[in-house]
Design a protein around this ligand. Structure first.
Ligand code: SAH
Length: 257
């Protein structure tokens, strides 16, 4: 018996590309539609963070196009080229990305490359690391009356751009930080500079949603030191509730209110 929904109207067409969210790691956190595309693909191009358990679901040819740390043998323009070339050959192409393809996943370049070549392209959403982390912690990302804004931010921007992790961090916010583990001291300094209380709760979740997950709970002041021993992939949740303790200094936005 199949639990898969009927394939949507035009299904996974020959010569099409599906940008598929692999979720945080565990295969049972994939969507049914992602499983459908994996099962019907001719070729799957996958990233470093995609779990072998997820790859095992497809009988398609698999090609690793990830970046290994310190090397960049698969720059984005090369990935764009190979996925488009495979689709132009008439293959059903899955571009498999960890989490949700549209969250820090370079999806826009791949969508644009496909559309420029006249190739049908779709996004199959996945569970992003922040959602998996909150679920593992057994709590919500937003809480009515306390944290009514959720910011997903990366600490790693395009070379030359400065990551401004503190932008928009005001009382009532949960901040989920991706790709931040290599610059924790400056993240801590940037967040304290917003006026956020030193004792804001900070939670690190490494390998959220997998059997190897690890957690550290600490406070904003001292977060960099507390994370010693954790490594990537990890997401950081910083919670600044509306009824927080005394700010380190009056935040500019609060002063205007
Ligand atoms: N598209 C992905 C994010 C890719 S950017 C998503 O939606 O989740 C890569 C960053 O995502 C990592 O540096 C880490 O910060 C985060 N990440 C990815 N998988 C993770 C996991 N299982 N647990 C914790 N963080 C994860």
């Amino acid at each position: 018996m199949s639990f898969l929904p009927p394939t949507p109207p035009d299904g996974f067409r020959i010569g099409a590309i599906a940008l598929v969210g692999a979720g945080p790691g565990a295969a049972d956190l994939l969507t049914l539609r992602a499983v459908d595309r994996l099962k019907n693909a001719d070729v799957v191009f996958y990233d470093r963070l995609v779990d072998p358990e997820v790859l095992a679901l497809t009988g398609a040819r698999k090609m690793f196009v990830g970046k290994t740390v310190g090397a960049n043998e698969w720059p984005q323009h090369r990935i764009d080229r190979v996925i488009v070339a495979a689709a132009l050959e008439g293959l059903r192409v899955v571009r498999l990305k960890s989490g949700d393809p549209s969250v820090f996943g370079r999806a826009c370049e791949e969508l644009e490359a496909a559309r420029r070549a006249g190739i049908p392209v779709e996004i199959i959403p996945g569970i992003t690391a922040a959602s998996a982390a909150a679920a593992s912690l057994g709590r919500a990302l937003t809480e009515r009356g306390q944290t009514e804004r959720l910011i997903l931010a990366t600490a790693t921007c395009k070379p030359g751009d400065t990551a401004c992790v503190g932008a928009g961090f005001v009382p009532g916010t949960t901040l989920a930080l991706y790709m931040a583990m290599h610059r924790l001291s400056s993240v801590e300094a940037d967040l304290l500079a917003t006026g956020a209380p030193e004792d804001c709760v900070v939670e690190f979740v490494q390998q959220a949603g997998t059997y190897a997950e690890r957690f550290v709970t600490t406070t904003l002041r001292g977060m960099a030191a507390a994370a010693t021993g954790l490594s990537n992939p990890a997401v950081i949740l910083v919670r600044w509730p509306k009824t927080a303790c005394t700010p380190t200094r009056a935040p500019a936005l609060a002063a205007l209110a």
